[in-house]
Design a binder for this molecule. Structure first.
Ligand SMILES: [Zn+2]
Length: 70
């Protein structure tokens, strides 16, 4: 078993990030894995949220979330 330390796992080839327990995350080849602390870090690197994670409620789409002005 590969131990995942960071909060999120991304794929260098698809530019998509996942929760570590997502089935898609487990399929990412070791050499293509990128670790992120949180969604903000992943988004800053140009990654998009995994659709399986969205549907499963593991992650929310923070990239399209509208933030109300203060
Ligand atoms: Zn996923």
């Amino acid at each position: 078993m590969t131990q995942i330390i960071a909060g999120l796992v991304g794929s260098r080839t698809t530019r998509i990030y996942c929760a570590p327990d997502c089935s898609a995350a487990r399929r990412i080849a070791i050499q293509n894995r990128v670790a992120f602390r949180d969604a903000g870090e992943a988004l800053a690197e140009g990654y998009r949220v995994c659709k399986l994670c969205l549907r499963g409620g593991r992650l929310v789409d923070e990239g399209s979330r509208t933030v109300a002005p203060a």
